[in-house]
Ligand binder design. Structure first.
Ligand code: THU
Length: 143
């Protein structure tokens, strides 16, 4: 089934971003694009580093670009990879920070095959803001 037309701008942004992926170590290029509640689109690619742990995932780059431009509500995320790989756990948590359980995650491979999830399917029981409430609030999990 082809991607629905309402996702074509998001797909195109992710496709262009993936062409800019900097992945000399893994060879695994990732393009991502987020759509904010206002309908703006921010894209990102993975940016690897010789010090491997300093590498950035494409999804995190896209979210950081949205937030740094003043847009904190993510409605959708589309991720494009060779094989339709799903976002890593860390990126799911980053999306949860600025999304909702209903945030759509669309995973696409280079042949155009795609699957759509809700964030709560990919990250049930997310670690979220309420767990790290103000110091004056009783914290959870402690007596
Ligand atoms: N990568 C992403 O960009 N997003 C993910 O969700 C999973 C992994 C990148 C990190 C690294 O540059 C390459 O893919 C292989 O792990």
């Amino acid at each position: 089934m082809p991607l629905p037309p309402e996702l074509s701008a998001l797909f195109e942004a992710a496709r262009l971003a993936r062409e800019r992926a900097y992945a000399p170590y893994s060879g695994y290029a990732v393009g991502a694009a987020v759509e904010t509640e206002e309908g703006r689109i921010y894209s990102g690619c993975n940016v690897e580093n010789a010090a491997f742990p300093q590498s950035l995932c494409a999804e995190r780059v896209a979210v950081a670009k949205a937030v740094s431009e003043g847009h904190r509500r993510v409605r959708r995320l589309l991720v494009l990879t060779e094989d339709g790989g799903t976002p890593c756990g860390g990126c799911r948590s980053v999306v949860a920070e600025f999304g909702s359980p209903e945030t759509e995650i669309i995973v696409v491979n280079v042949e155009g095959h795609w699957r759509q999830y809700r964030l709560e399917e990919l990250l049930p029981v997310a670690f979220e803001m309420s767990f790290v409430g103000r110091p004056s609030e009783p914290s959870r999990g402690r007596s």
